[in-house]
Design a protein around this ligand. Structure first.
Ligand SMILES: NC(=O)c1ccc[n+]([C@@H]2O[C@H](COP(=O)([O-])OP(=O)(O)OC[C@H]3O[C@@H](n4cnc5c(N)ncnc54)[C@H](OP(=O)(O)O)[C@@H]3O)[C@@H](O)[C@H]2O)c1
Length: 292
């Protein structure tokens, strides 16, 4: 494929809450931080270059969180891209903290979410965050209280659109009684379909579904992926992304990488058309794994 043809536009567009339209292939900025999603990247220049290249490739949806680094991912985005090009949507998150490498702690109290939003606004150098996602429900905080806090911040103009991550359908239904929900971000790939029913619910309700860890994992999945990738002269990653894009028009993958080369490969996946047979074969991988 000619490098100049590589563009996130090829993936088509998706509307977030009927208010913002973005190309249906975004970028996940978690992998730009140091080892264990902790501290600064080993090569800061390279991390900044990946972000700038993402925008050159027409990516206009970047996913991040206050906890990536912590703070590092948001700071890199601002350093690389501010003043932001028109139409670039940065979706950040709060409610899940990073106290050390590979460690997570919950805090989705209204007080913390307000502090988190204020911190993200500062680091991203924004007056308003386009998409703000509750990172994960906090088991010791009322879910309604967390969502109400985000609805209040939206009323104050600090957030434009509210979104959720790591939730069940029941969470989405409860949240929608409080505030419109524009996207849901859950772990999902062709091989990892626990949240199929949530993706279906999102499709029925015009909510974008943002799969994290979109590249899949596991030995059987890898074997099937390799075979289909070879037939298309594509990489396994590209096949996994092409499956997601075909799964539903509400799917908005955000593959994460710290490498410009991988980024270009991932964006090129928007042009890969799987045959019906490839798509069905990949869709059957979870059943294949379960039967062994
Ligand atoms: N909501 C949540 O709870 C949650 C949780 C996890 C992640 N996320 C978001 O989802 C995004 C994606 O998830 P993820 O980063 O965990 O998983 P991913 O995108 O499925 O995988 C990233 C890994 O794959 C490698 N990779 C990427 N492109 C590749 C390519 N073309 N060829 C070979 N290897 C490639 C990356 O390494 P290299 O750096 O070497 O390319 C990295 O190790 C994150 O960046 C983050 O924004 C959200």
């Amino acid at each position: 494929m000619d490098k100049k043809d590589v563009s996130a536009k090829v993936a088509g567009d998706i509307s977030l809450g009927g208010q913002i339209s973005v190309h249906r292939l975004g970028f996940g900025a978690m992998r730009l931080t140091g080892e264990g999603i902790w501290g600064p990247p080993r090569d800061r220049k390279a991390a900044l270059a990946v972000l700038r290249r993402a925008v050159e490739l027409d990516i206009n949806f970047i996913d991040t969180a206050d906890s990536y680094g912590p703070h590092v991912s948001e700071e890199l985005i601002a350093e690389a891209l501010f003043p932001y090009p028109a139409g670039l949507v940065i979706a950040t998150k709060g409610g899940w903290n990073r106290p050390g490498p590979n460690q997570w702690t919950h805090d989705a109290t209204p007080v913390h979410l307000r502090e988190a939003v204020e911190g993200s606004l500062k680091r991203l150098r924004l007056d308003r965050i386009d998409v703000y996602q509750l990172h994960i429900p906090d088991p010791v905080v009322s879910f309604e209280a967390s969502v109400e806090a985000l609805a209040q911040l939206r009323n104050e103009g600090k957030i434009r659109l509210v979104a959720l991550s790591n939730v069940t359908q029941e969470h989405i239904e409860r949240a929608r009684k409080i505030v419109p929900i524009v996207s849901v971000q859950n772990r999902y790939s062709f091989a990892d379909r626990e949240w199929d029913y949530v993706a279906d619910y999102c499709e029925q309700n015009g909510i974008a579904f943002i799969p994290w860890f979109p590249l899949g994992a596991g030995k059987v999945a890898g074997q099937v992926l390799d075979r289909i990738a070879q037939a298309h002269k594509a990489s396994p990653t590209q096949v996994a992304l092409a499956w997601l894009l075909r799964r539903s028009p509400i799917m908005l993958p955000i593959p994460g990488t710290s490498s410009t080369e991988h980024l270009e490969q991932n964006v090129a996946a928007a042009s890969l058309r799987l045959t019906d047979e490839d798509y069905q074969t990949l869709s059957r991988v979870p059943a294949l794994v379960a039967s062994r």
